[in-house]
Design a protein around this ligand. Structure first.
Ligand code: ADP
Length: 400
């Protein structure tokens, strides 16, 4: 059996998984883990393998040391990269700009093109490139593949992709909607035609990726026609710590009246807003406990979240004209029956009716939660971005 090594490198962390590309979404990966606190005084590497968890604590000055420590830990516990057959390394790359619509083999030329996109993702792409270069130096003989978060949204029509701002400025600085979470929206949406027993090219659908980050997409015949994230992953739905859509005038107001710097406003909107900014917590399990205890802020945060989600669902129904399916995925979408029920409450007139009993069943793979007489089918499909990346990497490596 051969595996793909899947890497998701952030500025201070690396998530890694050894995945069998032929496995199913619900299967545990062969091995998985996390390198964290890179660049801080103390760091940690965690490995999960065959039901056991192993941890090493050590200073991790950079990504290179981090990945080597991860490989050492894997070796020690019987899942070393030399002990298994690795066909490909798949890297999650956040921003592919207008250049990359598909996963690609990471040649020097491609990496330099990813580097050129740094101005569009100044926090993410540099860390992704660090991870790629370190992994290539440790595994030089295996094909490395980049899978872009933005790739699936290359099909957005101009009216959905472009903002109504001065087109010279927009053109010069690449200001447009790129969309993110594309790997998840694509993976989840690909399950839906089979669930409906219809050919993929006639299916109109809405996918709701509700995790800590959250986004939604309108998809016609397998091609995305709209999505809620924009130039950056800050736009759209209310998220765990991100505001989602706000009046852009708020930024000027805070700069002028509160004397906040651009970095402070960036931090406010990306890390101190969303559900956490209102309720003080961003985990929906804790939010639910607070709501049940009568916490007004938790209730308010939840309602703002649901209100915004319903706005998007409504606008995508109109954009699509006819909707065959709405699908929930990611941590909140897969597990929170309250969010699912409230997002689609009282929409019978639009042909949407959830079956309360189906909605309450615990999550176990792709399933329908709509009533038999619901014209629009509603599904829960667990996402697995790592598996999607593993499959792309394996496929491209075989064809290279
Ligand atoms: P991300 O990949 O964006 O970090 P996930 O898709 O893993 O996020 O989602 C994480 C979030 O899912 C948690 O912050 C929590 O709010 C929510 N979540 C996880 N499990 C449950 C659950 N059983 N009930 C409700 N919410 C849950």
């Amino acid at each position: 059996m051969s595996y793909s090594l899947v890497l998701n490198s952030g500025s201070s962390s690396i998530k890694f998984q050894l995945v069998d590309p032929a496995s199913h979404a619900q299967d545990e990966p062969f091995a998985s883990g996390l390198v964290e606190q890179i660049g801080e005084d103390s760091g940690r590497v965690t490995l999960k393998h065959q039901g056991d968890k192993h941890v090493v604590e050590a200073p991790i000055p950079d990504h290179s040391v981090g990945l080597k420590l991860a490989f050492d830990l894997m070796r020690e516990h019987g899942c070393g990269i030399e002990d298994v057959d690795i066909s490909a390394v798949g890297h999650r790359v956040v921003h592919g700009g207008l250049v990359f619509s598909q996963p690609v083999i990471l040649t020097d030329e491609v990496i330099s093109m990813v580097r050129d996109l740094i101005p569009l993702a100044p926090l993410h792409n540099p860390a992704n490139i660090d991870g790629i270069e370190v992994a290539q130096s440790l595994l030089p003989d295996i094909p490395h593949v980049g899978v872009f978060d933005t790739g699936f949204f290359h099909s957005l029509p101009p009216a959905a992709a472009l903002y109504a701002i001065n087109n010279e400025v927009a053109g010069e600085y690449g200001v447009r909607r790129y969309g993110f979470h594309g790997t998840s929206h694509e993976y989840v949406s690909q399950h839906v035609p089979a669930l409906l027993d219809k050919p993929a090219d006639v299916v109109n659908q809405i996918t709701l990726h509700l995790g800590n980050g959250a986004s939604c997409a309108a998809i016609r015949g397998g091609l995305a026609i709209d999505t809620s994230m924009g130039l950056t992953p800050l736009a759209g739905l209310v998220m765990g710590t991100r505001s989602g859509d706000i009046d852009p005038g708020i930024v000027f107001h805070l700069a002028r009246q509160a004397n906040m710097s651009i970095d402070e406003i960036d931090e406010l909107l990306n890390r101190k807003s969303g559900v956490k900014g209102i309720a003080g917590v961003n985990d929906f399990r804790v939010l639910r406990e607070r709501i049940e205890e009568g916490d007004d802020d938790a209730w308010l945060a939840y309602n703002i979240y649901i209100h915004q989600l319903r706005r998007y669902i409504g606008s995508y129904m109109v954009a699509l004209g006819r909707v065959d399916a709405i699908t929930f995925t990611a941590g909140v979408g897969e597990n929170d029956k309250f969010v699912r029920a409230d997002a689609l409450e009282n929409l019978e007139w639009f042909g949407i009716k959830i079956d309360p009993e189906r909605n309450e069943l615990p999550n176990d793979g792709p399933r329908e939660i709509s009533a038999d007489d619901s014209q629009v089918k509603v599904f829960v499909v667990p996402t697995n971005e790592e598996l999607a990346i593993a499959r792309y990497a394996d496929q491209l490596a075989k064809n290279s």
